[in-house]
Design a binder for this molecule. Structure first.
Ligand code: ATP
Length: 324
């Protein structure tokens, strides 16, 4: 299967008063055409930065230091303003966590949807677009202002806008985190149905491991600004080969509700002020040895997935013996 987007060795830092904070420390991620790929990890692991980097919609204080991202043949960091605008308009769709900040509070929903659609759509076409995102009573929704909608409906309006030009890649950053637990599953199902129908790829960034296990074809696990394990959902989540994936799963297998933030593992994720020259998970890792705090692990293939761990085979074996 071909890749619609590919990030290789991406380094992005944020300028802060304490110096350059390295949010991506050589992140690699390929999104295949037509797949749903979930990126999971604790808060601060770099998910949002990677998602924003895909469309070069990073905040002004972010600096791209190294690496390359290609989306549907466009080198996003080398692209000029016009190419980038066309890429964002025609090939990419974004859905962020809070629909109320994505929508213009002063404009009726119908007009906002119309502006995202190609040409000059009539009311019937705008209503049809809202129906695609499974909004009931589209005629009423079109006349409404965003504050008159529930959170779930507002997120569906954002989805209708994001898919208005049939993007090749839809990037959804915590699309259900601000919603009630009862509608998370439904909104996720809508996103997946739209992906199925359009043949687009869906990249979902999420804390919600269980929700992603139900919806994603593949899972990428991020830690310390790198993708530490990526592979088919069933394989990665049933028999993880990275100790961090294992720890995340152990944390998610407890009593938490779907959508709750992952609170795993003793210790805190690293705040990198430069390139990590070792394994950034070593201080929290039950499998850690001398080598882990001395040698930076590089991606390698282990049992059908890519993993960044010196002792992945050992971790995999113990996952098979004591599955999460
Ligand atoms: N605008 C910013 N300025 C400074 N530091 C930032 C900025 N945005 C993110 N960071 C830092 O970059 C690192 C990665 O953040 P990022 O938001 O990409 O992670 P995340 O996995 O998406 O977390 P969350 O789920 O909480 O959004 C974190 O240490 C974060 O504090």
């Amino acid at each position: 299967m071909s890749d619609i987007a590919k990030a290789s060795g991406v380094v992005v830092s944020y300028r802060t008063s304490r110096g350059a904070l390295r949010a991506l420390d050589g992140a690699d991620l390929a999104v295949r055409a037509g797949e749903t790929l979930a990126v999971v990890g604790e808060s601060g692991s770099g998910k949002s930065t990677l998602g924003m980097a895909m469309g070069r919609v990073l905040p002004a204080e972010a600096e791209h230091e190294a690496g390359r991202i290609e989306v549907d043949g466009t080198d996003v960091f080398a692209a000029g303003a016009e190419t980038l605008r066309a890429l964002r308009r025609d090939k990419l769709g974004f859905v962020f966590q809070n629909p109320m900040t994505a929508l213009d509070p002063t404009m009726r929903v119908g007009r906002q949807v119309a502006r995202a659609m190609p040409g000059r759509p009539g009311d019937g076409e705008i209503a049809a677009q809202l129906t695609r995102a499974e909004l009931p009573d589209p005629a009423r929704v079109m006349r409404a202002y965003p504050h008159e909608l529930s959170g779930g409906m507002a997120q569906r309006v954002v989805i209708a806008i994001a898919i208005a030009r049939s993007p090749r890649l839809l990037i959804a950053d915590e699309p259900t985190a601000s919603l009630d637990a009862s509608i998370r599953e439904k909104v996720m199902a809508t996103l997946r149905r739209l992906r199925d129908e359009s043949g687009a790829s869906l990249l979902v960034l999420s804390h919600d491991l269980r929700l992603m296990a139900r919806h994603a074809d593949r899972v990428a696990v991020m830690y310390g600004g790198r993708v530490v394990e990526i592979g088919p959902s069933a394989q990665v989540l049933e028999h993880p080969a990275h100790p961090y994936t294992r720890a995340l799963l152990a944390a998610a297998s407890g009593s938490e509700q779907p959508g709750e933030r992952l609170e795993p593992i003793a210790g805190t994720p690293p705040t990198l002020m430069g390139r990590c020259e070792a394994c950034s998970f070593a201080p929290r890792c039950a499998f850690s040895r001398d080598k882990c705090s001395k040698v930076r692990p590089e991606p390698r293939k282990v049992a059908g997935r890519e993993v960044i761990c010196h002792f992945a085979e050992e971790v995999l074996e113990s996952s098979k013996e004591a599955p999460q």
